[in-house]
Design a protein around this ligand. Structure first.
Ligand code: GDP
Ligand code: MG
Length: 177
């Protein structure tokens, strides 16, 4: 029996990347399809917050607080509050949009400026269901490897690897805390 009101861990995760890469879609796919959902939307000026509970390795409950932007990334800058106390971050690009990949350095820079170095970062290339790819798998893989990020291509549309990506990130956080 696990008391759902008393998770063993609370992890704040954030998704960072250019507008339209699919951060909201990936979040929604993960929240609504694969896991017990406990959604709570707290809309402030800056953020919306959703929560789920997942069960992982040692049968412990981890409550994930996934912070999605409300589109402020259009201004290429996110408020410090968004990053505050994050323990894991997805750097997201769109495999059909080279520019979104080229913007990753800027987003990574912003992440680095706002989080401490223990935050686990995972690169995800979304929209891998699409045929018109602009970013080769190997190029992204190399980018991630060089920076010690995990990497997966995902599709919010088909669901491919979305659950896997969250599991990988959470597992990595768990191992490092
Ligand atoms: P955000 O601005 O990063 O939050 O991106 P959104 O989640 O709003 O998605 C932007 C657009 O891309 C929307 O039209 C989505 O329907 C579309 N989209 C998101 N994820 C996928 C995907 O995995 N595959 C495809 N084909 N389209 C996607
Ligand atoms: Mg969005």
């Amino acid at each position: 029996y696990y008391d759902k009101d008393c998770p063993d861990f609370n992890y704040k995760l954030i998704l960072v990347g250019s507008a339209r890469v699919g951060k909201t879609s990936v979040t929604n796919r993960f929240m609504n399809d694969q896991f017990n959902e406990q959604e709570k939307s707290t809309k402030t000026v800056q953020i919306s917050r959703k929560m789920v509970k997942i069960e992982h390795t040692q049968n412990k409950w981890t409550q994930l607080h996934v912070w999605d932007t409300l589109g402020q990334e259009k201004f290429k800058s996110l408020a410090p509050l968004f990053f505050r106390k994050a323990i894991g971050a997805f750097l997201v690009y769109d495999v059909t949009n080279r520019e979104s990949f080229e913007s990753l350095d800027g987003w990574f820079q912003q992440l680095s400026n706002n989080i401490d170095s223990r935050v686990i970062i995972m690169l995800i290339g979304n929209k891998c269901d699409m045929p018109n790819r602009e970013v080769p798998y190997n190029v992204a893989m190399e980018y991630a490897r060089a920076r010690n990020f995990g990497f997966l291509e995902v599709s919010a549309k088909t669901g491919m690897n979305v659950r896997n990506a969250f599991n990988c990130l959470v597992r990595e956080i768990y191992r490092n805390t």
